[in-house]
Design a protein around this ligand. Structure first.
Ligand code: AKG
Length: 254
């Protein structure tokens, strides 16, 4: 079968209903993510949707998270700014294979969840960038106090290209550092690179990851569920207005 590598086509294909006979598992396996629409008389609860995908993964706060604005937090998950593209688990949990979000309240503007599939990234990325990624490792450090899993063994150092567990192809496994945001949740640096060279690489990555054929910006509607395979897609978030609601319930599994 022809593999779809343009996110505009992928986002149209990776959709289904949220009913009890939804084909979401097959869509998730094929595309690495799926949007489930609240159509029909009966909707599957998020717990039941996640159950065949693994056991709930703890991020120190527990296995379920309400993502919405909170007062007095240094965690960008609970603020309204943009969140750069990343995979989960380097910093916040030990292992996460799938993540599911259910929209309880949609923002009136912005706040799209951003999804970039590895297949789309590698189809679009210049060869020299991919070549560079094959030869490096990236160190990550948390900038959020006391919230996620502690790393007594030191900062994680991870190769940015891993193996896609479904297709065996390359999978992009990075968090893009974005020092222009002084309140971002994590920092990252290429091992052995100076600050400027490291930053240059993240800028190149961010540039490819912002192309319309690589990233899909999911605009939320209440009742929708978004599932992602954390090992096959990156995610992030667009900013939204401070006076807007936005409430997602999230369960991750490993
Ligand atoms: O709120 C979102 O849409 C995604 C937030 C995010 O990047 C995360 O939870 O890791």
């Amino acid at each position: 079968m022809h593999e779809i590598t343009d996110m505009r086509e992928l986002a149209a294909a990776a959709r289904c209903d949220r009913g009890p006979s939804s084909p979401y598992l097959e869509k998730l396996e094929r595309h690495g993510f799926v949007v489930m629409e609240p159509e029909g008389p009966e909707q599957m609860p998020l717990e039941d949707i996640m159950a065949p995908l693994g056991d709930p993964a703890s991020y120190r706060f527990g296995t379920q998270l309400i993502q919405e604005q909170r007062a007095d937090t240094d965690n960008s998950q609970f603020r309204t700014g943009a969140i750069p593209m990343h995979v989960d688990a380097h910093l916040n949990a030990n292992a996460v294979s799938y993540m599911g979000w259910e929209c309880l309240e949609a923002p009136y503007e912005g706040g799209e969840t951003l999804i970039a599939s590895s297949a789309a990234f590698f189809a679009a990325a210049p060869d020299d960038l991919v070549g560079t990624l094959r030869g490096i490792e990236i160190e990550y450090w948390s900038r959020v106090s006391g919230f996620y899993a502690e790393r007594p063994g030191g900062n994680p150092v991870v190769a940015p290209i891993q193996v896609d567990p479904v297709t065996g192809a390359d999978a992009l496994c990075v968090g893009v550092d974005f020092p222009a945001d002084p309140s971002r949740n994590f920092g990252a640096a290429v091992v052995g690179y100076g600050k400027e060279r490291s930053l240059e690489l993240f800028e190149r990555l961010a540039q490819v990851l912002s192309r319309p054929e690589v990233v899909y910006a999911h605009r939320w509607r209440a009742g929708q569920v978004l599932l992602m395979d954390n090992r096959r897609v990156l995610h992030g978030r667009a900013a939204y207005p401070a006076d807007s609601p936005r409430k997602l319930r999230r369960i991750s599994v490993s």
